[in-house]
Design a protein around this ligand. Structure first.
Ligand code: GDP
Length: 447
């Protein structure tokens, strides 16, 4: 479904990726193209606007991790924003109520409502081991009730026996009664569809809703109908109340705009996707996977995450080499402090990346705040190169000078030197253990 959009975004980001450094104009130009791509994919205009603004806000003034390019950073921001737009996480079918749990199926004729009813019933039966009863409340289309019965046989799920001439509300009440008496966990009520929304249909559905009090009211919409699907959803939600969307025919060549706009415009999550005519062609809707599929840039995303996790491999390797030689000096400590501060300063964006959040937690537990890091940096930068390489020459008068130069106290300077000494001692210990010893230590820490 997202093929067109994926191709367009791929081209835009490919150009962005090749740049070493990005100016605000670069980002602006790329976002203008993203805007066009989204509009061409049939995403609703207000959704496109808020999307672009959100990305711009996050991207401007964003510090970039050193081992990735700014272009890659922007892709990551776009991705995270897409996920947010799609609803953050998968929302499953809610069955949290006393059995039998009524699930109302809504939608226009031909949307795939009856097929989806059977698909969901099958899923609940096989995955969640639920005892499910399906009932067709469609008394207008002569073959509708029979269609559900046949599907029920196919997936081995019970259907309510058909009583000719019964009206929809009565069928719904009978279904709930049978559900209670025969110990069903879930009763799925497949309402009648119409070719278009009309008052009569809505009135009927409202009456059914009022007598059955459904826990879930799932609206089935056809992705191929594009923005109409969103309009239908808004209508049903206003008049009947919808708890979730099932979007069908995403296996077709729909442009994807409906899926992207649905959440923001209706405020209701897409819960499931119909991916084909076969009875098992149903998928849970995972915003992160969908966003990944749209961008088609799993490589960049994992790269950014890895870069954020390892902070800066080059620095780490340089440090490791120094550790091996056992000559960790105050300049090395300075670059470490700067790295930590850079991370802390990246704020919101970074905390979304896995791994980094954890590091930040640890930093705050260790009471390392930004101000303290800055103070420590100031102390080291107030030293001469000679002092940084050999702290033994730091007598009382030199320490007083450094405190004065960095706007701190001698006690602060002493504390930093003590901290450095502890780190250097640890490095020496590592050196004694040697590479093999280090590895052994590392392994035992994992076990
Ligand atoms: P209803 O009128 O809303 O109950 O629609 P049906 O359940 O009868 O479905 C109408 C047609 O759409 C049937 O031929 C289904 O096989 C087909 N259909 C339903 N869901 C999907 C889907 O996700 N993908 C595709 N390709 N076809 C689907």
């Amino acid at each position: 479904m997202f093929d067109g959009l994926t191709g367009r975004l791929g081209d835009i980001f490919d150009r962005l990726r090749r740049r070493g450094a990005l100016t605000e104009e670069d980002v602006g130009a790329a976002l203008r193209e993203v805007r066009v791509a989204l509009l061409e994919a049939d995403v609703a205009l207000p959704v496109v606007k808020s999307f672009i603004n959100g990305v711009k806000e996050k991207a401007v003034g964003q510090e970039v991790l050193r081992s990735i390019t700014p272009g890659q950073m922007v892709i990551k921001i776009v991705h995270d924003h897409l996920v947010e737009m799609l609803g953050e996480q998968n929302e499953g079918i809610n069955l949290n109520a006393e059995a039998p749990v009524p699930v109302l199926m809504l939608g226009l004729q031909g949307s795939g409502k009856t097929t989806s009813t059977a698909k969901i019933a099958r899923l609940l039966k096989t995955r969640e081991k639920k005892k499910v009863l399906m009932a067709s409340l469609d008394t207008r289309r002569p073959a509708a009730q029979e269609q559900l019965r046949v599907l029920g046989e196919q997936v081995d799920v019970a259907t309510l026996p058909i009583v000719p001439g019964e009206d929809p509300v009565t069928i719904a009440q009978r279904a709930m009664r049978v559900g209670r008496l025969e110990g069903y966990d879930v009763v799925m009520l497949d309402t009648a569809g119409r070719l278009a929304i009309d008052e009569e249909l809505m009135d009927e559905v409202v009456r059914i809703r009022d007598v059955t009090k459904p826990v879930e009211s799932l609206l089935v919409v056809d992705a191929m109908t594009g923005q109409d699907a969103v309009t239908v959803a808004t209508n049903f939600n206003d008049k009947v109340g919808v708890t979730g969307i099932v979007m069908t025919r995403i296996d077709g060549d729909a442009r994807g705009g409906a899926a992207l706009s649905m959440r923001q415009i209706t405020g209701r999550p897409i819960k499931l996707l119909g991916t084909g005519e076969k009875i098992d062609a149903l998928e849970a809707f995972h915003p992160d996977r969908i966003a990944g599929r749209i961008l088609g840039m799993g490589d960049v995303l994992s790269l950014v995450e890895k870069a954020a996790e390892t902070i800066d491999r080059e620095e780490a390797e340089k440090l490791a080499a120094k550790m091996e030689k056992g000559n960790f000096d105050l300049d090395d400590m300075l670059s470490q402090l700067r790295q930590i501060r850079k991370m802390g300063g990246m704020g919101g964006m970074l905390s979304m990346l896995p791994g980094v959040g954890k590091i930040k937690d640890q930093l705050s537990k260790a009471n390392i705040d930004e101000r303290m890091l800055k103070r420590q940096e100031a102390i080291i930068t107030s030293m001469t190169q000679k002092e940084r390489r050999d702290i033994k020459i730091l007598n009382a008068s030199r320490r007083r000078r450094i405190a004065l130069g960095s706007g701190t106290t001698v006690a602060d300077v002493n504390r930093l030197l003590k901290q450095y000494q502890d780190m250097a001692d640890m490095m020496r210990k590592f050196k004694k253990l040697g590479k093999k010893g280090l590895m052994r230590q590392g392994l035992s820490a994992l076990m």
